[in-house]
Every structure is written in C-alpha cells, then in structure tokens.
Write a protein that binds this ligand. Structure first.
Ligand code: SIN
Length: 322
C-alpha cells in the first residue's frame, strides 16, 4: 500500500538505460554513441548537487528503449510500487531512453496511478557529449520528485514538466525533443525551483500489478495501423488470417485528421471487430483528440496511437482477469 508520510524525504532513482546512460568515443559526436553503458549510480554521481539529497539507486534494466519489452515493463512497475510503498520515500525517478519514454510513462500511470510522484527523465545527448543534457534533466527530475505538489507519473525534460497522458517525443534530434499537445504542459523547473502552471487533474484508478502476466507470450497482441492514401485494409485481413495464437486481440488505427478512415480500411476493421478483435481509432495528427461518434469505430480520445495501444493492452488484460 502506497503511503504519503510527511517525513518521507528519500528519492529512489531507477536506471533503465537510454542515451542518458550512453557513451561515445568522441565527445563531439552526438549521434554515434552506444546507449545504456553507464550505471545509474554513475549518472547520479556525475551531478554534484545531488550529493545533498537523500538518494538511493537501483538498476532495473540496461537497454536502448527501442528494445523495451513487456518483461522489463512488469519488473519496472513492481520495483516502482515497492519503493513507493516505503514510508521514507518521497518519490521515484526513472532514467529512460527518449524513444519509448512516453509509452512507459503512460503504462506506469495506468497500472499504478500513484499518489506519490514518479518522474521519468532522459537525455538526447550521451553522457560523454560536450553539452550533455542528462545531468541537468536528472537534477530537475529529482527536484520535481521532492516537490510536495507533485503526484502521479510525470516526465521532466529540458526544464518542462509533462503529464504522462499528453507527452510525446516530437523531435528526433533537438534537446527540447518533448512536447505536450494543446498547451498541456504542467510546469517548469528553473534553477531547481518548480513552477506549476496548471493543476495535475484527476487520475483514473490504476489497473494494478496483478493484471500483468509474468510471461511475455501472455500479453495480448495489439498492432498499430495507419490510414493513408489508398489504404485498402489488406494488412488488417492478413492479421485476421493468422493462426489463433498469433491473431491480434486488438488493433489501433491511426486515422487521418479526426480519426477518419478510407472506406476499405474501415470495412476491414469492422470485419475484425465482428471477429472479436477490439479496435480503437486514434489520429496520425501530432495533436488533438478523435471525437467519439455512435456510428464510428471506438475513439481513443486524445491518446496518441502508441498510448492507445498501451491502453488497449491493459484493457484486454484487465478484462481477462475479471
Ligand atoms: C533510447 O531511447 O534508449 C535511445 C535514444 C535516446 O535515449 O535518446
């Protein structure tokens, strides 16, 4: 059971790899590096100001986040929950790769819906770069983890605090790579001071750790498809033709604009639905919701396609448990 004691002051930093833990042979090389090389304790010790904070470190994984997997997600959720349950812990910081950070953030929020803060941070430049962004991001993340108003899963990156539901990696190279659509960023971190610019909102209850299967093969298969010029639905039908074990339990479609679909793609998705495959309609636009409508396929609301996939995986797991 997560507690929220006044004397809680320790921040636990969980390492999972990423560019923040990456190294390059040449300090001037911002792209030719190996992600996930340094341990989380090394990342913390590279930030002198963190010596003044009560910190504990744990290495949960060491990977490039393009290879993030269900087993690591489950282990991470278990470790976060275990630390949050400790009375002396104020919050948890997770160092992560930028590439799938938004998926892990949404996953943790929907599984745990924590009251204490869980802050994901990362870097666009390896730890060896001339101007590495990791140490400042880590310092800012710890500041937010200690802030009494912070709650739930947040992303702290380039001085901005984002909500797990809204944040997206929007740039492949720049150090301010993350955005929250519709002006939804929550706050800023300026010289260690947290400045909230809007409320945190009401979190939905988490689905809980119990729904997460131990074996990766027991997680439902949910694929993402895209509407584009001349989308003919053949990919959907190819997925439906798979053997029972390989057939997806769900499909997320990134529609055009307000989730619109070509007639052929929509027909194929309705066939999938008729066969018991769950379908969610998102948008390939960078921002904005898909408005729900009674005669259209179900909307994913304002979730991006990758987060709609996380949502559908968790819904399917939750339903199979009940
Ligand atoms: C990764 O996502 O692990 C590598 C890329 C990055 O962290 O920027």
């Amino acid at each position: 059971m997560e507690t929220h004691e006044a004397e809680a002051n320790q921040v636990v930093v969980l390492g999972t790899g990423g560019t923040i833990a990456g190294t390059a042979a040449d300090p001037g090389d911002n792209v030719g590096y190996q992600a996930a090389q340094l341990g989380v304790a090394q990342l913390v010790s590279a930030v002198p100001a963190l010596a003044a904070v009560s910190l504990a470190c744990e290495q949960v994984a060491q990977l490039d986040s393009k290879d993030m997997d269900f087993a690591t997600w489950r282990q991470l959720a278990i470790r976060v929950a275990a630390h949050l349950a400790r009375e002396d812990v104020a919050g948890v910081v997770i160092t992560h790769g930028t590439d799938t950070l938004e998926e892990t953030a949404y996953f943790l929020q929907r599984v745990l819906a924590p009251k204490k803060p869980v802050i994901l941070t990362a870097a666009m430049r390896p730890a060896t770069a001339l101007q590495t962004d990791g140490p400042q991001n880590l310092l800012d993340a710890v500041a937010v983890a200690q802030d009494p108003q912070a709650s739930g899963v947040l992303v702290v990156f380039a001085g901005v605090i984002h909500a797990a539901e809204q944040v997206r990696k929007a740039h492949s190279y720049r150090v301010d790579a993350f955005v929250s659509s519709d002006g939804a960023r929550l706050g800023l971190v300026e010289e260690g001071q947290v400045r909230w610019v809007q409320g945190l909102g009401q979190a939905r209850p988490g689905v809980g750790l119990e729904v997460l299967p131990t074996a990766a093969k027991d997680w439902p298969r949910v694929e993402i498809l895209l509407n584009h010029v001349a989308s003919d639905g053949r990919l959907v039908r190819a997925l439906l033709a798979q053997s029972t074990d390989d057939k997806p339990g769900g499909l997320v479609v990134a529609g055009t604009g307000n989730g619109s679909l070509s007639q052929d793609l929509e027909a194929a998705l309705r066939e999938a639905q008729a066969q018991g495959v769950r379908v969610l309609r998102s948008t390939r636009c960078d921002a904005g919701p898909v408005t729900a409508s009674a005669d259209a396929l179900p909307s994913a609301g304002a979730l991006s396609p990758v987060k709609a996939r996380v949502e559908l995986i968790l819904q399917l797991l939750n339903e199979s448990k009940s």
